[in-house]
Design a protein around this ligand. Structure first.
Ligand code: PEP
Ligand code: MG
Length: 503
């Protein structure tokens, strides 16, 4: 546990794991023939340009254009080649020598603006050298990264996809990377001396001007809380016309946040957690009290209860389950009935929705819905209630046309992606690997729901990823449900989409 006092380039609070980058390249003075060295350098420049072109397809950062201009500058190329041809240097040495000359010139400039521009040359130098050595690292799978670097180079922010914060030894307020950090809302600080290693847990808090290295669990919990609040508070009650932002919860204690953060209702109440928190089956009365408290607290805002979804990693001590989701209801009718009755009784405002998990066939869905209707009739309950399903099995996805008569559909992307792409939920697979394909598969579902006037939402974790949510919005989904702290993602994706539409 260590604390450092820092200078601030970009404000904010973040938490993540250190990735310490040493920009020193291994020295290489072994020189082959002039032609070979020129060829090596020429190829490295071409590959660097290719990299920048592929980045600029996705990102529109101004510095990329500047770097491309410099790399295609004939005079600069000439200088580099002359070092090989007339001064006996290798491709590596020529690159270091020419770029360092420019870097020195800019660093010595009187103008603070020009002073900072040396970073452009440093950045290109590093990129060309990486290409000379062909030792590029694929950073795209690193998550929650706190970059720890000598110099803050804009390209690093682009190479890493999930940078939460930056600690650099040298950096300036007006540097491209500083500007980029501020526009990306990434905290960035300057720290001259430190003892930080890759994978260390890091907290950056620019309000207190500190960096915490491997903080205690209490401190981590405290910051998790703060981060949740900050994320949400910035966006509380911002208008989002045409969209519904709902909250995922597992028990009533989360309802305060749901209301505080300005959600439009509860989109997914994972009721199995109520059962899992008990070592015996809860009675109808006990359940009723819990559901009633939730309904009352939400004060007429819509609230969607998912009937208990046990199985796999969610097991009940007192219940034998050998499959996941709906099949358990046929095997445990008493528990299912107690839940449905308790829910129906708690539906005092008629704003309740019930949905069934892991539905595979229309027969399953209609069987369960009729079961609910029968109980409702027996109870002489006349309150309005919507009954829908989670779309989270491949079989249901492939047969979406069978479900034209459901009240609503909620996409469970966690299980759906697991089934469609045959991956385990604990695998560390990036959503990027399947997002485009998934969006293609989901578009017919969106069209079908529009055609049949069925409300469609997403309640899986994909809606907590800005880029994925924007993709889902782009195919026409406008109803999302996420855990409370992730409300920020929804607003960010919503703003991205608005910006795109204005362009
Ligand atoms: C899902 O599968 O996407 C989902 C929301 O359900 P759970 O994560 O509870 O299985
Ligand atoms: Mg699921």
């Amino acid at each position: 546990m260590k604390n450092y006092f820092v200078d601030v380039i970009s404000d904010g609070i973040c938490m993540g794991n250190a990735v310490v980058l040493n920009l020193e390249q291994k020295n290489s003075t072994i020189r082959k023939s002039v032609a070979e060295e020129k060829n090596k350098l020429g190829n490295a420049i071409m590959n660097s340009l290719d990299e920048l072109n592929s980045i600029s397809k996705n990102k529109n950062e101004e510095f990329i254009e500047v770097h491309k201009m410099l790399l295609t500058d004939a005079a600069l190329k000439d200088e580099l080649f002359k070092e090989i041809e007339y001064n006996g240097k290798s491709a590596y040495e020529a690159t270091v020598c020419v770029f360092d000359r420019y870097i020195k010139g800019f660093k010595e400039s009187k103008s603070s603006y020009l002073k900072e521009r040396y970073l452009d040359f440093l950045d290109i130098k590093e990129r060309v050298l990486r290409n000379i050595f062909d030792n590029k690292i694929d950073y795209s799978n690193f998550h929650n990264v706190i970059l720890v670097v000598e110099e803050l180079l804009p390209s690093l922010l682009v190479d890493f996809k999930d940078v939460k914060g930056v600690i650099c030894k040298n950096g300036g307020f007006t540097s491209h990377a500083g500007i980029l950090c501020r526009s990306l809302d990434i905290p960035c600080v300057v720290l001259k001396d430190y003892d930080i290693h890759t994978n260390d847990e890091i907290i950056i808090d620019t309000r207190r001007q500190i960096v915490d290295v491997n903080p205690s669990l209490d401190v981590i919990n405290h910051y998790q809380e703060i981060l949740g609040k900050i994320k949400a508070e910035n966006f509380i009650n911002s208008p989002h016309p045409g969209y519904r932002f709902m909250c995922n919860i597992t028990d009533n204690s989360e309802l305060d946040k749901c209301l505080e953060y300005g959600f439009d209702g509860v989109g997914l109440y994972r009721t199995e957690w109520i059962f899992m928190n008990s070592d015996r089956p809860l009675s109808e009365e006990e359940q009723y009290n819990i559901y009633l408290e939730a309904v009352t607290k939400m004060n007429k805002l819509p609230i969607c209860f998912r009937t208990f979804d046990v199985g796999d990693d969610k097991q009940l001590e007192y219940l034998h389950v050998d499959s996941k989701g709906v099949r358990n209801y046929m095997n445990n009718p008493t528990l299912f009935e107690s839940q449905i009755k308790a829910l129906l009784r708690a539906n005092i405002y008629g704003n309740m929705k019930i949905m069934f998990p892991m539905i595979e066939t229309k027969e399953q869905f209609y069987f369960l819905r009729n079961w609910v209707y029968r109980l409702k009739e027996e109870m002489a309950n006349d309150k309005q209630i919507e009954i829908g399903m989670m779309l989270e099995t491949k079989m249901a996805l492939d047969n979406i046309g069978d479900f034209g008569n459901v009240d609503f559909i909620s996409l469970g992307t966690n299980d759906l992606t697991k089934e469609v792409y045959n991956i385990s939920r604990s695998d560390n697979i990036s959503y990027k690997e399947y997002l485009d394909d998934l969006l293609k598969r989901l578009k017919p579902v969106v069209d079908f729901c529009k055609q049949m006037d069925i409300s469609l939402s997403v309640c899986g974790e994909l809606a907590s990823i800005r880029e994925a949510t924007k993709g889902l919005m782009n195919i026409g989904i406008n109803n999302f449900s996420v855990s409370a702290p992730n409300i920020k993602t929804l607003y960010l994706a919503f703003n991205d989409k608005l910006k795109e539409e204005k362009c």
